[in-house]
Design a protein around this ligand. Sequence first.
Ligand code: PMP
Length: 387
Amino acid sequence: MKGRTLLMIPGPVESEPEVMAALADPATSHVAPAFIEIFGRALERLRTVFSCPDGQPFVVAGSGTLAMDLLAANLTEPGTRALVVNTGYFGDRFGDMLARYGAEVTHLRAPVGGAPTPAEVDAALSLRRYNLLTITHVDTSTGVRADVQGIAAIARRHDVLCLVDGVCSVGGEALDMAAWGVDAALTASQKALAVPPGLALAVAGPRALAAFSARKTPVASYYSDWSLWLPVMQAYEARKPAYFGTPAVNLVHALEVSLAQIVAEGMAARVTRHRRLSDALKGGIGALGLNQVPLRPELAATTLTAVYYPDGVNASFLPKVAAAGVILAGGLHKEIRDRYFRIGHMGTVRPADILATLGALETGLAAAGYRFDHGASVSAAQAALVG
Ligand code: PMP
C-alpha cells in the first residue's frame, strides 16, 4: 500500500507540484535579474489577490505572526487606541501584540463560535475614540468567519483604521480590500495561497501608509519597520536590485508560481470552489449527526470546518483517521480545546479530497465506537458535489 497521506489541516496545506518544484531551483542571488523579475511579479500578483490596486505589498521571510507584526509594529505607538474584534485565539494574539507596542487594547468578544456584529462594533466605536481596529477574518481556532465587509464600513464611518488578519482567509474567502475599505491586511504563505510555510505577506492601503508616515515615534521593531522594507519592495516591483534582509529566494519563487495559478483560476472562481467544497463537507458532517463550533451556518468559514466530538469520542480518534490516510487537526481554542477537531480545506483542495476525508473520518469514528449510518457523510457530500 502506498504510504501517501492527505493533509487536511488548517495550514500548512498541500501545494501543487509546480510550486514544490520552485523550491528545488538551483541557488540564485537575490539580486539576479531573473529573481528580481520573479519577486516583482509576486508583488504585483499580491495586489490582485488582496484586491488592493493602490496598496503596498510586503513579502518578508517569517510566519504569519510576523505578518501581524508588520502591521502592529508600524501602525501602533504608545497610546494608540485599538479595538480587537475578537473571535478566538488569534484575536487574543493580535491584542497581546498591539499592547506590546504600547497600544491601549480593548477586546470586543463574542461567545465561542460567535462573532461580534457590525452593530456591536458600531456601538463600541461610538463609546470612545479609537485609532484602529483589528478583525480576524477567519479565526482558525473556531472556524468562525467575521463580517469584514460590514465591520470595515463601520470603521470607515468612524474614521478608524481597519486591519484584517486574513491568514486563514486570503485566497479562499472573498476579501476585497479596496471596495470594502480595509486599510491593511495580512496572510502567510502556508494557508489558502498553498505555498509551504515561511513567508509573511501584508498589504498596506493608502490610509495605513498615511498613518505610518504621520507617526511621531520610531517603530519599536527593527525587523518589521516598514521604512526599511518599503524601498526594497518598491525596488523589486520596479525591477531593480535592493537589499535589506536576504529574501527567502526559493519560497518567493514558489509564491510567484502559486499566485500565477491563483490569478489564472480567478479570485471569484476560487472563492466559489472553496464555498462549494466547504458546503459539501459540512453537509457530510451534518449527516453524521456531528455539531460544528460556529453557532450559526452563516458564521462558518469556507476554509476550514471545526467540529465537536460526539459523545464518547475524543482526540484519540484523530490517529485512527490518520491511519485511514487523512491528517486532521485537534482543537486550539482554550475554552473548548479537548472537545473538538478541525478539518482544513483550502488552497489546492478538490472534490475527491472532500470525499476521501469523509471516508477516513467515518473509519475513525467507527473505530472509536461511534454509531452512525455508514456512508452517510460521503453520500451527502457526493450528492452536493454532483447536484
Ligand atoms: N492568524 C491566523 C488567523 C492564523 O490562523 C494563524 C496561524 N494558524 C496565525 C495568525 C499565525 O500564523 P503563523 O502560525 O504562521 O505564525
